[in-house]
Design a protein around this ligand. Structure first.
Ligand SMILES: Nc1ncnc2c1ncn2[C@@H]1O[C@H](COP(=O)(O)OP(=O)(O)OP(=O)(O)O)[C@@H](O)[C@H]1O
Ligand SMILES: [Mg+2]
Length: 476
């Protein structure tokens, strides 16, 4: 390998070697999600959209329409149909879909995907769709179980000489002391449970429960006796459990049909629906057949009839839906009409387009008319500069950037020329330019320099000559 010596260091460095990991790269702050400012639709109790609410600026018609759909979903009158969001790029379609999911509540399963996700070499297209639909149907299971619950007072693995392997010791059992308000108990548990304890990172002072017949271990939280010593932690503190250590306890667990399918695709034995959950941790993908789905449905129906479980229909969100092809669309029609279907939200920014997988079917949004027929269509509108300015200000606050005077107006102008997304995307590079110039605040000249460095989509398109190339050079 060719080695060059850089003047700054005396050690030879391989020409294209990666730079050594710096201390700061590990301490990188987490990426800021582009929709983190959206908290909901921001509607009043009467369903009227305030000009800005819950992080949403403008777009009042679309927000009110989505509010109606949320009401329909909540009163379970939206089956067999889909919500289709259409509009130009960067007008907030994805943001609207996220807001709808926020409005439905945290416990309602939300399964987002992009149209192109169906194209995989391993799994059939229809299978990907079917799986997404199954993952969007939740099941709330209530079961009374025999458990040992308490605050961990002692955690001692006992090692013994392993007669089979020549070296080392193995854990033969683990002693766990549990304490409740009423008393304490010492349990002698199997080494497999010790593994589960390690996996859940359980330490002395945590409140846990161990299921008596499956041995599943669950960490409830940290005992609040320890609360003062960990002030700055994002930890859930729970009171010392009441009653005996050994008792019957009602457990509520939220799973999705997709989880159940996956868990049962690798048979573990045992008819108990909760014990099936334990196997979720084991990875490996096995084909989920229709037969298996029917079996799971049958078991689920049994549980629902007994009143043990409750079905919670969720939402499937398919972004860039024009990327689906005709096979997927027909399958989608069928899925929409199946007995246990979640709510479907679709989004696209295409106008009239060829339906993928066909050679001559052109239809609005690239969606065949029979599916369009089943859709409630909501259109998103473009933004005025002052609305763009408000969103930019919101994002600047969230990203912790300071804007100098006139910057907001300037970015809003850019946004009107380009798009809302372009305006938002100017923020972070502009802050880097400001940082290079030794300022902590973004000024108008940073935005001006940005325009020299980068192009928005429309400017870039207008630079391309009539022959489709740059300066006569064709791009192919
Ligand atoms: N009305 C609004 N209020 C606040 N933020 C918005 C609004 N509309 C869009 N945004 C923000 O603008 C950015 C672009 O919007 P979004 O990604 O939802 O566009 P889109 O319609 O899905 O575009 P595309 O068709 O390209 O997928 C996002 O960061 C979004 O949160
Ligand atoms: Mg989008």
């Amino acid at each position: 390998m060719k080695a060059t010596t850089t003047p700054s260091t005396s050690t030879p460095v391989a020409h294209n070697a990666l730079p050594p990991p710096s201390a700061t790269s590990t301490a990188r702050s987490s990426r800021i999600a582009p929709h983190s400012h959206i908290k909901g639709l921001g509607l009043t109790a009467e369903g009227i959209a305030a000009p800005d609410g819950a992080g949403f600026i403008g777009q009042t018609n679309a927000r009110e329409a989505c509010g109606v759909v949320v009401d329909l979903i909540k009163s379970r009158k939206f089956s067999g149909r889909a919500l289709l969001l259409v509009g130009a790029p960067g007008t907030g379609k994805t943001a609207l879909a996220l807001a709808v999911s926020h409005e439905l509540g945290a416990k309602v399963p939300f399964c987002p995907m992009v149209g192109s996700e169906v194209y995989s070499t391993e799994v059939k297209k229809t299978e990907v769709l079917a799986e997404a639909f199954r993952r969007a149907i939740g099941l709330r299971i209530k079961e009374t179980k025999e458990v040992y619950e308490g605050e961990v007072t002692e955690l001692t693995p006992t090692e013994s000489e392993n007669p089979l392997s020549g070296y080392g010791k193995t854990v033969s059992h683990v002693i766990v002391g549990l304490k409740t308000v009423k008393g304490t108990k010492q349990l002698r548990l199997d080494p497999t449970i010790y593994e589960a304890i390690l996996k859940e990172k359980i330490v002395v002072g945590d409140v846990i429960y161990v299921e008596a017949n499956t041995g599943a271990v669950k960490r409830v939280g940290r005992s609040d006796a320890y609360a003062s010593s960990y002030d700055l932690e994002s930890e859930t503190y729970v009171p010392l459990p009441k009653g005996d250590v050994h008792k019957r306890k009602e457990l509520v667990q939220d799973v999705t049909l997709g989880d159940l399918d996956a868990a049962n695709a690798r048979p573990q034995g045992g008819q108990d629906i909760m014990s099936v959950m334990g196997s979720l941790m084991k990875s490996g993908r096995t084909e989920v057949t229709d037969k298996l789905r029917r079996e799971v449905n049958k078991v689920v129906k049994g549980y629902v009839d007994q009143g043990v479980a409750e079905v919670v229909p969720g939402v499937v969100f398919i972004d860039e839906v024009h990327m689906l092809d005709i096979e997927c669309f027909t399958y989608l029609n069928a899925l929409l009409e199946s007995a246990m279907a979640p709510t479907v939200i679709l989004a696209t920014n295409r106008g009239n387009a060829l339906v993928r997988g066909t050679t001559d079917v052109v239809s609005p949004h690239g969606i065949p008319v029979d599916l369009l027929d089943r859709c409630l269509i909501v259109k998103t509108d473009g933004y005025k500069p002052e609305q763009i300015a408000k969103v930019v200000q919101l994002r600047a606050n969230i990203e912790g950037l300071k804007l100098g005077s006139g910057v907001l107006e300037r970015i809003a102008e850019e946004g009107e020329r380009g798009s809302m997304r372009y305006a938002l995307q100017l923020l972070s590079p502009a802050s880097i330019l400001a940082g290079l110039a030794g300022r902590s605040q973004i000024e108008v000249e940073d935005i001006a320099e940005m325009n020299e460095l980068f192009l928005d989509a429309k400017t870039s398109a207008s630079n391309i000559g009539a022959d489709g190339g740059f300066d006569g050079g064709r791009m192919s």
